[in-house]
Every structure is written in structure tokens, then in C-alpha cells.
Design a protein around this ligand. Structure first.
Ligand code: SF4
Length: 186
């Protein structure tokens, strides 16, 4: 999890370095990549600064000097962090948690959308659209159960493709029927 600052090591933006509790600088030394390809910035002290330091056993016990690694996009991360922790950001987070996130949770856990079983973005887009349609119809039917359910059954009897939507209304994975639905609209 991203931390906006390192306890005891304030950042000196002007000189692009961190300052350790003993007042020694950790200047920028270069870029690096993690095993999964993320770009990082490295900072470390001069070994001569740490060698005689009384805090070395706790600060840099196994290394010659203290090293700090930060994401190369720290500025952007800091902006996002400040935005998320602002009053508006917290309000928006609460709103998101009570509106959009439960929908994603339902789609993943009850509508079989943990995986998308089609290839390509356009296929995935159709799957998401159908899932959203099914979710909204189901929500609507929950509010007006009797009338809407009978309408759905009447639709199925009159229109040959109506079962396509009914299979999406069932909150279980119904892969074969969902594939048929995608083929029918493509
Ligand atoms: S060990 Fe090095 S980095 Fe840590 S407090 Fe001492 S001088 Fe600073």
C-alpha cells in the first residue's frame, strides 16, 4: 500500500533527496525496475555517513548504507493520495462504496463475471453490456415482482430470443446460454 511519506526521512524537493534522522542526505542515485516492470527511483546515503552512526544497527542493520526506493511516479501518487483524503474524496469514496462497488460485487460473485469467456475487447464490452442490462432488469423486477415477471414470461412465449435475456437474469453462471446471446447480437 502506498505511503505518502517515510517516517523520520523528510523529502527535500529542491535537492531531490531524503534527509535521515541524523541529518545526512540520501540523494537520488538512479532508476531501477521491479521484477514486474514498475519504474522506481533509488536514493541512498554515503556508506561513510552510516558507518560511524549509532543508529546503524536499527536503521540499516544488514546494508552498508540506508537505501530508499520510491515509485518513479511519486508526484502523481501524492496528488491522487491528497485527492482521495480530501473531504470531497472521502465523500466520493462513500458514494462509490454504496452505489457502484456493490454492483461489481454482484456481477462478479452472482453473475459469473469473475472471468469473461470471450476473446477481444468488443466481446468483453458486449458481455458487460448484457450483464448491466440483466442487472438493471432484475433490480426493476424486484421492485415490481408480479407484473414484471409475468411480462418477462409473456415476452419469452411471444419472442423467440427473449430467453436470451432471461438466462442473464438468473444470478448464476449460464455460460452456454450467454454465448448464444452474444452470438445472436453479433
Ligand atoms: S544509519 Fe545512516 S541513514 Fe540511518 S540514521 Fe545513521 S547516518 Fe542516517
Amino acid at each position: 500500500m502506498y505511503k505518502p511519506e517515510i517516517a523520520g526521512f523528510p523529502y527535500d524537493k529542491e535537492n531531490d533527496c531524503y534527509i535521515c534522522p541524523m541529518g545526512k542526505p540520501l540523494p537520488f542515485k538512479g532508476f531501477d525496475r521491479t521484477a514486474d516492470g514498475r519504474l522506481q527511483r533509488n536514493y541512498w546515503t554515503a556508506p561513510s555517513d552510516c558507518r560511524q552512526c549509532s543508529s546503524k544497527p536499527t536503521c540499516a542493520p544488514k546494508a552498508r548504507c540506508r537505501k530508499i526506493t520510491r515509485t518513479a511516479y511519486d508526484e502523481q501518487y501524492l496528488r491522487a493520495y491528497a485527492r482521495q483524503h480530501s473531504r470531497r474524496g472521502k465523500r466520493m469514496k462513500k458514494l462509490r462504496q454504496s452505489t457502484v462497488e456493490p454492483v461489481f460485487g454482484s456481477l462478479v460473485h452472482h453473475y459469473g463475471l469473475r472471468n469473461i469467456n470471450v476473446l477481444g475487447k468488443s466481446g468483453a464490452h458486449k458481455v458487460m453490456l448484457l450483464a448491466a442490462v440483466a442487472f438493471n432488469i432484475r433490480k426493476y423486477m424486484r421492485n415490481k415482482p408480479k407484473k414484471s415477471l409475468s411480462m418477462a414470461k409473456a415476452m419469452e412465449a411471444e419472442q423467440p430470443h427473449a430467453h436470451i435475456f432471461n438466462c442473464w437474469l438468473t444470478p448464476v453462471a449460464c455460460t452456454q446460454s450467454k454465448r448464444e446471446a452474444l452470438e445472436a447480437i453479433s
